[in-house]
Design a protein around this ligand. Structure first.
Ligand code: 13P
Length: 255
């Protein structure tokens, strides 16, 4: 895995044509990017075409979600096998919009995590506290519950493949970013949980991305913290220019 990672979560944005244009433009811009891993999570309808366009580039594809069953009567859902068939390497699980808009529970997310590992997909597990949890000083407890539930019974080997994204719910799409200190503190907690459950090596190797109103103007101060290994970007990933600027900041920081 690359030392640092910049991932885009397009959410419900971009049709097939818009996605293809973005992929072509981005692949030209990132020819010199060597150290930063780049992941794109477009809508499902764009995955097939984007896989064709991006197959000889450094870009990896990710699903935005996935069902835990293999197949069956689950209207509108998508399976791990389907994501595998379009060459997805990753799948975002437990995004706050899935948790809070679509009422996905820790239990449901746990089933998805297990299915992803069993199917060879690398989960990008999102964790994060709501504003009231932060205000009532329950951030650590919430993160620990989400972490513990997701990784119960997960082997070291499987865990080593996953990425965790810390996305405080109050910072998503609001223009409000966690301060570098707040983000670093949460990331350090996740690293400590990993050290307690697994070991120091896995804790050090774990990639923990920050997500929540990441923009070119705040990426530098965030990437300079000790425990932020990259970003999961929403709004600013929808334009090639702003997404590329964030990649460039991370790449320059590494060189
Ligand atoms: P924004 O960057 O738009 O705040 O979204 C963050 C996010 O939810 C990424 O998964």
């Amino acid at each position: 895995m690359s030392e640092k990672i910049v991932a885009a979560n397009w959410k419900m944005n971009k049709d097939v044509v818009e996605s293809a244009e973005f992929a072509k433009e981005l692949s030209k811009k990132i020819l010199n990017v060597k150290k930063t891993g780049v992941i794109l999570s477009p809508p499902y309808t764009s995955l097939f075409n984007m896989n064709e366009i991006l197959k000889d580039t450094i870009v990896s594809l990710s699903g935005q979600n996935m069902h835990f069953e293999d197949a069956g009567a689950f209207t509108a859902e998508i399976s791990a096998k389907m994501l595998n068939s379009v060459n997805c390497e990753y799948v975002i699980l437990g995004h706050s919009e899935r948790r809070h808009v679509f009422n996905e529970s820790d239990e449901t997310i746990k089933k998805k995590i297990d299915k992803a590992f069993a199917s060879g997909l690398k989960p990008i597990l999102c964790v994060g506290e709501k504003l009231e949890e932060r205000k009532s000083e329950n951030t650590a407890q919430r993160l620990e519950t989400q972490y513990t539930s997701a990784f119960e019974g997960v082997s070291e080997e499987d865990f080593s493949k996953c990425i965790i994204a810390y996305e405080p719910v109050w910072a998503i799409g609001t223009g409000e970013t966690a301060t570098p200190e707040q983000a670093d503190e949460a990331h350090l907690l996740i690293r400590k949980l990993t050290e307690e459950k697994y070991d120091k090596e896995l804790a050090n190797d774990l990639k923990i991305l920050y997500g929540g109103s990441v923009k070119p103007h705040n990426a530098q101060e965030l990437i300079e913290t000790e425990n932020i290994d990259g970003f999961l970007v929403g709004g600013a990933s929808l334009q090639v220019q702003s997404f590329y600027e964030i990649i460039e900041i991370v790449e320059n920081y590494l060189t």
